[in-house]
Design a binder for this molecule. Structure first.
Ligand SMILES: CC(C)(COP(=O)(O)OP(=O)(O)OC[C@H]1O[C@@H](n2cnc3c(N)ncnc32)[C@H](O)[C@@H]1OP(=O)(O)O)[C@@H](O)C(=O)NCCC(=O)NCCS
Length: 227
């Protein structure tokens, strides 16, 4: 698997515990907001969101529970979860695959550590937290985070056509029709260039997780930072 030593410092809790005065017993409170990579222990929470977001709608979902566990075992550093008081409210799961013109079927299940394209399998926001801008914020952070991986050149995803405008707002461009179908569902492929090595060139606030996600406005300049 690719080295992410340089990338890891950027994934850290958005709120760190305050210092504890001597003599005052530690209170085990959960951080109000936290963004961190997912692990296999988060798989059930991930799947619960997917169940509501996808299975209840179309009977299908991007990743079944065993596939969630599979990717969170193989490449947890390509996932990102947003937690509010310990509860998963939004997440992204990605894996690497080799460059090619169109997403191959195997991209749905495989992780190719030597690949330079991140396949974003799924972005989903818990139902009660939608329409608050969390999806675009998490996506923006994820795309900035990917710049810390020296070999990553692009991110690709497949989405149903009604979500094309949504991903366009995050800077994705349409690649074309996706050869993959799932049941009756058809998809469009979209991509986003990753201009990498941000952690080498600068240590800017643009790629550091700030104290609170909502303190970070998404602007045109933020969406694409030239390096
Ligand atoms: C799509 C999703 C990630 C958006 O996250 P969010 O945090 O709610 O995003 P926002 O707060 O910006 O607001 C919702 C936006 O999502 C898009 N959207 C969500 N559902 C949509 C739908 N059924 N049709 C069209 N656009 C939709 C719209 O752009 C909408 O913005 P608008 O209300 O101004 O039109 C979220 O709705 C979700 O998790 N949906 C279920 C899972 C899913 O479809 N994931 C994408 C798989 S490729």
């Amino acid at each position: 698997m690719m080295s992410v030593v340089g990338a890891q410092p950027f994934i850290k809790p958005m709120q760190t515990p305050t210092s504890i005065s001597p003599g005052i017993q530690r209170r085990h409170t959960l951080p109000a907001s936290e963004v961190r990579p997912l692990n296999t222990q988060d798989a059930i929470s991930v799947f619960e969101i997917e169940r509501e977001a996808f299975i209840s709608v179309s009977g299908e979902c991007p990743l079944h529970l065993d596939e969630v566990r599979h990717f969170l075992t193989l490449c947890p550093d390509l996932s990102m979860g947003w937690f509010e008081e310990g509860r998963l409210v939004a997440f992204i799961i990605g894996s690497l695959h080799l460059d090619c013109l169109s997403l191959p079927q195997e991209a749905l299940t495989l992780h190719k550590p030597c690949g330079s394209t991140v396949h974003i399998h799924v972005l989903a926001v818990h139902r009660t937290f939608r329409q608050q801008g969390k999806g675009p914020i998490l996506m923006w952070r994820y795309l900035q985070y990917l710049r810390c991986f020296p070999s990553v050149r692009r991110a690709v995803l497949m989405c149903e056509d009604f979500l094309i405008p949504f991903y366009r707002k995050s800077g994705f461009k349409v690649l074309g029709r996706c050869a993959i179908t799932v049941g009756n569902l058809t998809f469009t492929e979209m991509w986003y260039p990753i201009r990498g090595h941000a952690y080498i060139r600068r240590n800017s606030e643009a790629i550091r997780f700030p104290q609170h996600p909502l303190t970070l406005p998404i602007t045109k300049t933020d969406e694409r930072v030239d390096v």
